[in-house]
Design a protein around this ligand. Structure first.
Ligand code: URC
Length: 316
């Protein structure tokens, strides 16, 4: 115990990370499955924040701070209990595949069950399992991982004011188009070597995240999150394919505008798009023309990649 130390406990957060859950719903012959990775954190905020970083504060107010400062485990809801909680709520819930609602079921339970916990944080990654089609028919109980893209959510539930924030995400959606993308007219100075192009390969791994306009718990429980996930994914893919892209920035802006227009439930949406470069291989030494209209062989460059990011809300 650091009785004479200048150190203070600024904030605490602990829980269980990487709880992996596979939930199967059996509906007669047809079965559904959802595979998740869940992380849960409880958080007890000190009663007041220090106005500057070196202020000394030793919290002796009880709650979970004493587990750090006084080795008092009586306030610790064990991380093993966190894991059990996730599994048991997964067993009881009809909403495991609706990850935003499932996350809220977990945070609600945590705050009801443990009076000394002030905040519950749940982060979920939903892995992809798509029903297999056999002889043209959806198979009742077989699935395929047909892409590495995942759905995500982060829910923060604060006891004070029953304040809930929900964030949804779409991560690792790898897309590529072989034409319909240009990049020219950019700023040039003595350091510019990039050659303008009117036709190039455009590839990116989409990371998108969005928040919701609703703030009351009732509305947040009943938003159609799966439809919004599917809608944002469709807008992202359709815009990527059909936009005659002037730049990654312009295509990203169009994705955001379309998503905000189509889903008034979304307050803000941000995209992070790495520009995965494909560089034409120089074959001139071999007397082979692999340039301009004859460019057919590319080197997929592992790094560096451009990184284009932007957040957009209804007003900006
Ligand atoms: O669409 C692009 N945006 C950029 O900002 C950029 N920078 C670059 O080198 N290539 C590209 N492409």
């Amino acid at each position: 115990m650091a009785a004479n130390s200048n150190a203070y406990l600024k904030a605490t957060r602990y829980g269980k990370d990487l709880v992996r859950v596979m939930r199967v719903y059996r509906e007669g012959e047809t079965q559904r499955c959802t595979e998740l990775t869940v992380s849960t954190c409880h958080y007890e905020k000190p009663k007041s924040s220090p106005p500057f970083a070196i202020q000394v504060r030793l919290l002796l107010d009880g709650d979970i701070a004493t587990s750090y400062t006084h080795a008092d485990n009586s306030v610790v809801v064990t991380t093993d209990t966190c894991k059990n909680t996730v599994n048991i709520i997964a067993k009881k819930s009809q909403n495991v595949d609706n990850i935003e609602v499932f996350a809220q079921e977990i945070t609600e339970h945590v705050l009801k069950q443990y009076a000394h916990i002030s905040h519950a944080y749940v982060d979920i990654i939903k892995h992809k399992w798509t029903r297999l089609v056999v002889d043209g028919k959806p198979h009742p109980h077989s699935f395929v991982r047909d892409g590495e893209d995942v759905q995500t959510t982060s829910v923060v539930h604060q006891r004070a004011g029953n304040k809930i924030t929900v964030r949804s995400g779409l991560k690792k959606l790898l897309v590529l188009k072989t034409t319909g993308s240009a990049f020219h007219g950019f700023y040039k100075d003595q350091y510019t070597t990039l050659v303008p192009v009117w036709d190039r390969i455009f590839s990116t791994a989409v990371d998108a995240e969005w928040t919701f306009t609703a703030s009351d718990s009732q509305t947040l429980r009943h938003i159609n999150y799966p439809a919004i996930h599917a809608g944002v994914r469709k807008i992202t893919c359709d815009t990527f394919a059909t936009d005659d892209s002037a730049s990654v920035q312009a295509t990203m802006y169009l994705m955001q505008t379309t998503a905000l227009d189509q889903f008034p439930e979304i307050a803000e949406i941000s995209y992070a798009l790495p520009n995965k470069h494909y560089v034409g291989v120089d074959m001139s030494k071999f007397g082979i023309n692999n340039e301009g209209k004859n460019l057919e062989v590319y080197h997929p460059q592992a790094d560096p990649s451009g990184k284009l990011q932007r957040k957009r809300g209804h007003t900006g």
